[in-house]
Design a protein around this ligand. Structure first.
Ligand SMILES: [Cu+2]
Length: 139
């Protein structure tokens, strides 16, 4: 009886250990460099689940990174009436954002991303049209 409990205990400890290793392996980071006028991720695809988006502003202006789940092409997002900003909710589902990243700053957010196609953009007036947009595939 005691031996059975001991074996069960060891088995459970191993399972727990494996589970924590798996979790660590699945946590992914996407580093996005913002600049005038581009958003450059260090990878074009990432595994679904917990994803940390680390945005580095290497430009002079302030920037942001809006994460939109959408099937629209990067250059075909819907615009607001002013024609200079993306209409975020009309373009897809906003799943997260890193706001107000000052020049030289790095800010991050951790999101739970479902599989699909995402477009990242900086939606400060005129920045989308200037080229601050990119695609991220989540699988
Ligand atoms: Cu910007």
């Amino acid at each position: 009886m005691f031996q059975k409990v001991l074996v069960l205990g060891i088995g459970l400890s191993l399972l727990f250990l494996m589970a924590s290793c798996t979790t660590a392996a699945e946590a992914s980071t996407v580093r996005v460099t913002a600049n005038e006028w581009s958003l450059a991720p260090d990878r074009s695809s990432v595994r679904a689940g917990q994803v940390t988006l680390e945005a580095m502003n290497q430009g002079r202006a302030g920037h942001e990174v809006v994460v939109l789940k959408t099937d629209l092409a990067a250059d075909a997002l819907k615009l607001k009436a002013n024609g200079a900003e993306v209409d975020e909710s009309a373009s897809g589902e906003v799943v997260g954002e890193v706001e107000d990243i000052g020049s030289g700053q790095t800010k991050s957010v951790t999101l739970n991303l479902a599989p699909g196609r995402y477009v990242l953009t900086c939606n400060i007036l005129g920045h989308y049209h200037a080229g601050m947009v990119t695609v991220l595939e989540v699988s």
